[in-house]
Write a protein that binds this ligand. Structure first.
Ligand code: PYL
Ligand code: MG
Length: 259
């Protein structure tokens, strides 16, 4: 999995403001309203304990401070533990955290100690970005294209299939495509069909995965992907709205998912 860099999280607030206004414009709803409808509950006064984890590549300098910013921006009380790893885990519980947030290089989880709910960032991110794509007000049909069937892409494709959307997907990994077709009834996107989509959920760690032949004249691309899968010249040539942000949207979905 591609790891965030401190630069990805620079001016997180400005990145979030921009994506929040795009979400509202293209879906007609605020991100928090979408999450309320998705998960059926509103955030309360949960206290969020954020634990720095030194495993693997170690601490990302502004990762936990970004999580604290997100929790507080959502109106929750939050704190970053003084200690890391197990000592930090102990400190968070001792100091009354209701929800724990912590990430190593493989999993980023939210765990609600009060109700036992547990979610990963890749599930919550796949669900919220695919949900945003599916709510495009100017969509020409209920057909939606999912690019990438890894952990994030598959979670989003599963969510869309369960909501009854006509889901097409592409991924270079044949096994991923077969699994999605067998388990979710998803259709393989074939360039030769020349089908164009006005709703695209992109979840790959690559650039330029979206080509002109895939998108309709008016299109929404919703992606947590770093780098962006939409080539600039394609975004300029067509009327493409882009919802892309490195962390805030995914973490908001995680927190709503475990309350
Ligand atoms: C959660 C992000 C989304 C994309 N890639 C994931 C990533 O970068 N994971 C690594 C997070 C490491 C955090 C580090 C710390 O500062 O606690 N262990
Ligand atoms: Mg995100």
């Amino acid at each position: 999995m591609a790891l965030l860099t401190p630069e990805d999280l620079d001016n997180l607030s400005a990145q979030f403001e921009e994506s929040e206004s795009t979400i509202e414009r293209v879906t007609g709803s605020k991100l928090t309203d979408i999450c309320k409808e998705l998960y059926g509950k509103d955030l309360g006064s949960e206290k969020v304990g954020i634990i720095p984890i030194t495993a693997g590549n170690g601490i990302i300098s502004n990762f936990t401070s970004s999580l604290l910013f997100i929790a507080q921006r959502l109106g929750l009380e939050g704190f970053i533990t003084q200690h890391t790893d197990v000592a930090g885990y102990y400190e968070a519980i001792r100091d009354g955290a209701d929800i724990l947030l912590m990430a190593d290089d493989h999993l980023f989880i939210a765990h609600n100690l009060r109700n036992g709910k547990l979610v990963t960032n890749h599930e919550a991110t796949g669900i919220i970005y695919s949900e945003i794509a599916s709510r495009f007000k100017d969509a020409a049909s209920s057909e939606i294209l999912v690019i990438g069937l890894g952990r994030v892409g598959y979670a989003g494709a599963k969510h869309l299939a369960e909501k009854g959307f006509d889901v097409y997907a592409c991924d270079p990994n044949r096994d991923f495509l077969d699994k999605a077709a067998d388990e979710l009834g998803i259709k393989e996107y074939c360039k030769e069909d020349r089908k164009k989509f006005s709703m695209v959920f992109e979840a790959t760690p690559n650039a330029n995965t979206i080509t002109e032949g895939m998108i309709a004249e008016r299109c929404l691309v919703s992606t947590p992907g770093i780098p962006c899968g939409l080539p600039q010249e394609v975004g300029r040539k067509y009327r493409v709205d882009l919802v892309m942000e490195p962390l805030f949207i995914g973490v908001t979905s995680m927190l709503y998912s475990v309350i």
